[in-house]
Design a protein around this ligand. Sequence first.
Ligand SMILES: [Zn+2]
Ligand SMILES: [Zn+2]
Length: 643
Amino acid sequence: MIKITLPDGTVREFEKGATALDVAKSISEGLARNVLAAKVNGEVVDAFRPIDADSNLQLITWNDDEGKETMWHSSAHLLAEALERLYPGIKLGIGPPIENGFYYDVDSGDQVITEGDLINIEKKMTELARQKNQYSRKEISKSDAVAHYQVKGDEYKLDLLEGLEDGKITFYTQGNFTDLCRGPHIPNTSFIKAVKLLSLAGAYWRGDEKNKQLTRIYGITFPKAKELTEYLELLEEAKKRDHRKLGKELELFTFSQKVGQGLPLWLPKGAQLRERLENFMKKAQLEAGYLPVITPHIGSKELYVTSGHYQKYGADSFQPIHTPNENEEFLLKPMNCPHHCEIYKSKPRSYKDLPVRFAEFGTVYRYEQSGELHGLTRVRGFTQDDAHLFCRPEQVEEEFKKVIDLVLYVFKALKFEEFTAQISLRDKQDKDKYIGSDENWEKAEQAIINAVKGKSLTTVVKYGEAAFYGPKLDFMVKDALGRKWQLGTIQVDYNLPERFELEYIGSDDQRHRPVMIHRAPFGSLERFVAVLIEHCGGNFPLWLTPDQVAILPLSEKYNENCKEVLNLLNKYDIRGFVDDRNEKVGKKIRDAEIAKVPYMLIIGEKEIENDTLSVRKHGEGDIGTMKIEELSAIVYKEIKELV
Ligand SMILES: [Zn+2]
Ligand SMILES: [Zn+2]
């Protein structure tokens, strides 16, 4: 008999060789029907794998990330099976799960697969799924595996096999299809209830342009038809909210091939929006004791050799700038930190001076591959709301608490409501990997945990995810469409103070190293604005939005009156514009709705006589007639709730 310990601590006895499915069945049949995989002593395996020794067991369902991964990986096999049926002789590359679904790279030879064929392939997949074929696992020697693919004539699998170690190779089979795979997989194909193939793309074998281009087929599957419908609706909505589309429609930013790929150009409305974000942050930072600094866009190569950034952003990034002086090289700044270290060093520091907090909206440049560029989320030049805090080890907790407050203030002001704090700590088994003393690491890790505890945040702790130079805290934010983004990073650093030999004089009159903390609540302004646009669908919070009001004269006769109203509103700190085009008011209202202007003020004879405004609210319609003072009170109240 073996002892199985469940996550809640209960221990149950089973025959040796029992599977996770057996364990699930012993709890309830209903549960067993939902088990996709199992975590045995921390490793995700097939729920049908025999367990031979006392183990900790966690049953994995669709609600777990690993459950989705197992489902989608198994669906990739199902796709390959369908393709083999429909396109005999097709050769298979790799078919992994991805964040949302899966893909398979295939070489269909002379047979061409087009978008139009996807429905047919989906049908085949559904038909095969209904057969309720078991996924089975078989260990196989390398030579047998090679022989199998030689017979089949699949050079891609043979190429993959070359990199695999004998004794660790497994085949998985469902129905008439066998794939080289390390698993794990779901118990049988009937778990796959809804199938959607989403798109086709070209993909070089092993991502190398010198290799043959294969066809990549993207798909997604669900255990319930309803979930697929919901997902497709979400995709539709995401398309509507795509920041590249809205950025253009709302005239926020543009790109020019002539300026260069991945280099955004902020248009006046976008630049003003960004400036409002910056001012909002600057004000909050001043109140939190930050000191503004400004540093240049380039730095000598030496600076980045010292910081270690040259190793990371050197050869694969923008190349050094040369000057008429030989032996003089500059780099476009990939990070602001080295400059700030030098500012710290500009004068002697005493323990009494710490913490010091240097803040800068610093623009940095990194060479992203052109294929990686995407709207504002992946660019080659971007501005960070960067700050570096230099403190004594015992101040880390307090500083983290303050930064967390700032991050939460930002989220609230921008209507992000769902987020998780993710703490990344060391892998305790592998302490040599990390720079900095054991004692300091212990202290800092505990400080982060304590700081988060005090804020009653939903928290996950990830061991082994810390950088080599320090533990960190990230905020994972869920947007309005349920997608997760990493925003707001706070990172402890023992490395740069060492490399730059930063010091302070302690109360003991001795020299000590300060702890450095990097933090950027927005991260990059470019990426943040992109996430924000998609989160709010272009309906920015009132304090941030480009135009708070659109003033719509009923006819040209009232244009001058409307301009007076705008002047008055400006005095109340309300911004907007008069739509004085020679258009019907209905058209003006429609256009203001499309431009997502929060308030529309309609002015005609009656309004002028009574000194009032007829007010429409975006997405809501008519909210009545009121005086300017009343409108400004409404606007103030709405803003006050956020900032
Ligand atoms: Zn597989
Ligand atoms: Zn930094």
